[in-house]
Design a protein around this ligand. Structure first.
Ligand SMILES: [Zn+2]
Length: 282
């Protein structure tokens, strides 16, 4: 089983995770830029983070045989902090870089006017750079958040077929599918989707344009949930081609829209800017 996890925050994960992911079949990941838990206080700390998503983290992933790409954006939560908003001006110079395969995560957290502005501005940036957009949908008030997101997407210059709506569930999948967007589902240990609910959605709506991710980060999460969904699909009677479509071909198609996806894992060399993942003496 070959697996592409299209939403995972490897910066927050260990080398043990990389090893376990590789053993489970994960060969490619996309790491969306997001909120780090600790609030940032200036645009500069975003820039160092973006540089790490384009440099250090792909280097680390390559040591374990995994191709790493990222998405770049001002995340919905910090779009509400005036200290952070000026990072929008720096995004164009990141959105032209090879490792960037989408604008994201953008979208709504609390559905504030500041989030409206950041979402619309970043959908325009995606259109300007011929990149797709990874759009986070809110965890509270989900259907209202999804409908408002769709309104802003439809008013934007970005075609709906270049939009992945993430963190969907039973309450939002119908509207997202009817709108023509790509459909993202995050499978977590306790909340959001689990493997069995994911299989039920796949039975009801089919595998077309469906992407499944672990959204693993610094919270309670599991980077092997993608594999869990693949196993649950097979146990429920889906065939290997269906599993490959959901866990590999769909994310390859979506993140390939901008023409920058490179799934070859080049030899990373021993160091990145002089630093290795080893300790001492190497
Ligand atoms: Zn995320």
């Amino acid at each position: 089983m070959r697996i592409f996890d299209p939403h995972i925050h490897m910066t927050s994960r260990t080398t043990d995770d990389y090893e376990a992911m590789y053993a489970a079949g994960v060969r490619a990941v996309v790491e969306p830029s997001f909120w780090l838990g600790q609030p940032r206080t200036s645009p500069e700390s975003f820039l160092d983070y973006f540089d790490s998503l384009l440099g250090w983290e792909p280097f680390r992933a390559a040591q374990y045989g995994i191709a790493h790409h990222c998405t770049i954006a001002l995340n919905p939560k910090e779009a509400n902090d005036p200290r952070c908003v000026p990072v929008l001006e720096a995004l164009p110079r990141y959105l032209v870089k090879d490792g960037v395969v989408a604008v994201g995560e953008i979208g709504y957290d609390s559905m504030t006017p500041a989030e409206d502005t950041a979402l619309a501005a970043q959908l325009q940036l995606a259109a300007d750079h011929d990149l797709p957009a990874l759009v986070h949908t809110p965890h509270r008030d989900k259907l209202a958040g999804l409908l408002r997101t769709l309104d802003v997407v439809r008013e934007s210059a970005l075609p709906v077929e270049h939009v992945l709506l993430d963190h969907l569930n039973e309450t939002t999948v119908r509207e997202a599918k009817d709108a023509g967007c790509w459909l993202g589902f995050s499978v977590y240990p306790d909340t959001k989707m689990d493997e069995d609910r994911m299989v039920a959605i796949l039975k009801a709506y089919g595998p077309e344009k469906v992407l499944v991710n672990s959204a693993a980060d610094w919270g309670r999460s599991d980077p092997l949930k993608t594999r869990g969904v693949g196993d649950a699909m097979l146990a429920a009677g889906f065939d290997e081609d269906d599993v490959d479509r959901v866990l590999w071909r769909n994310p390859v198609a979506f993140f390939g829209i901008g023409g920058r996806l490179d799934l070859d894992v080049a030899d990373p060399g021993a160091t990145h800017e002089g630093n290795s993942i080893l300790r001492g003496g190497e």
